[in-house]
Design a protein around this ligand. Structure first.
Ligand SMILES: *Cc1c(COP(=O)(O)O)cnc(C)c1O
Length: 367
């Protein structure tokens, strides 16, 4: 038996001819850039997230940069986020000329610790915004983060690249912050057939600025209010995403069922990552913890099971962090997590037999 971390072949097969038909429609329209397929997706995705607007763009990293630019954040400003994330969250802050300030995670959930956030904000000047990251498909306790940010007049951008469809207190990821950003990298819960991303917001002015900036600062065909850039969403990707959006809730339900079976059957010695109270998780990753992670990983490999590590090196320990001349930090919960986390296969089509095989391999390794 060989079990991949994620099986996109099965997902594609389950879509039948729907994807091909969506692609054919764009082909026939020849409106490959800024076609009606983009507006259609933006409308559908905003409705799904529970926001007034969605703005398609080229990828999730650009979405973060565009959100920061829409808020007017740049040189001289500081933005607080976590080190336990994909590098893009921090990269976007650096790329707009602002300085990233990193806080530690809650050791149970591995998400931004609101207490650490409050402490750092009390000690740091020139902070303009906070980027909580809904890592692994779980959600940060947004009421706490919003309360802390609002008290100090800071903007909030939710990095929702791993949390399409997740809910906190009944409300979707992306609908809490001033803006939120999504990636549709193929392996995400909602994935394009290549790179793609989006920003969502319910603020009309932020929507106007972000929409213009991703299309050369354009407000009319040859009228450019500000210098922008080209980070448009392709019509082809938009059509694919609209088609797949119709399946997202079912897929997330499938991921949750897989996660529940893991919760129920994994050996007691396997460390778990807690879910934030009030969060409906969408399990972009199913992450366990163990001090002997490498031994578990080897045992899985021997059993034909792929696994992942999200992430092995925290952002503040990356050569790129030093290269920017950013300060040496000590974030103990983040550093320990990076040594212990292990991501197991999780996708809606994973069968019970495959899961038993995975759990048994872990059991043997721990015996
Ligand atoms: C995937 C991801 C991004 C970046 O998205 P791209 O589309 O790959 O640029 C940003 N933040 C997080 C947390 C991600 O997982």
């Amino acid at each position: 038996m060989t079990i991949p971390l994620l099986d996109l072949k099965q997902q594609q097969a389950s879509l039948g001819t729907a994807l091909k038909e969506a692609i054919e429609r764009v082909l026939a329209s020849t409106a490959y850039v800024n076609g009606p397929a983009v507006a259609e997706f933006e409308e559908a995705f905003a409705a799904y997230c529970g926001t007034r607007h969605a703005i398609g763009c080229a990828n999730g990293t650009d979405a973060l940069e565009i959100a920061l630019v829409a808020l007017g954040i740049g040189r001289g400003d500081r933005v607080v986020t976590v080190s336990h994330t994909f590098v893009a969250t921090v990269e976007a802050i650096v790329n707009v000329g602002a300085e990233p300030v990193l806080v530690d995670v809650d050791p149970a959930t591995l998400l931004m610790d609101p207490k650490a956030l409050d402490r750092v904000l009390g000690e740091t000047e020139r902070v303009r915004a906070v980027i909580p990251v809904h890592l692994y498909g779980g959600m940060v306790a947004m009421d706490h983060v919003l309360g802390i940010a609002r008290k100090r007049g800071l903007a909030v951008i939710e990095d929702s690249a791993q949390a399409h469809g997740a809910r906190y207190q009944g409300q979707r990821a992306g609908s809490f912050g001033d803006l939120a950003t999504f990636s549709f990298f193929p392996g995400k819960n909602l994935g394009a057939l290549g790179d793609a991303g989006a920003i969502v917001t319910s603020d009309d002015e932020l929507h106007r600025r972000a929409a213009a900036f991703r299309d050369h600062g354009r407000t009319e065909k040859y009228l450019h209010q500000r210098m922008g850039r080209n980070s448009r969403l392709d019509s082809l990707q938009a059509a694919v995403l609209t088609t797949k959006l119709g399946f997202l809730d079912r897929w997330n339900e499938g991921r949750r069922a897989v996660a529940e079976r893991y919760h129920a059957t994994l050996p007691a010695a396997v460390g778990r990552v807690a879910v934030t109270d009030g969060c409906e998780h969408v399990y972009h990753q199913y992450v366990i913890r163990h001090p002997k992670r490498e031994a578990l990983r080897d045992a899985l490999k021997e059993a034909g099971v792929a696994s992942g590590i999200h992430y092995p090196v925290p952002v503040h320990r990356q050569p790129a962090w030093r290269d920017q001349g950013l300060p040496q930090l000590s974030l103990p919960h983040t550093e320990l997590a990076c040594e212990e986390v292990l991501s197991l296969p999780v996708f809606p089509e994973l069968t019970e037999a495959q899961q038993s095989h995975i759990v048994e391999a872990l059991g043997r390794a721990l015996a």
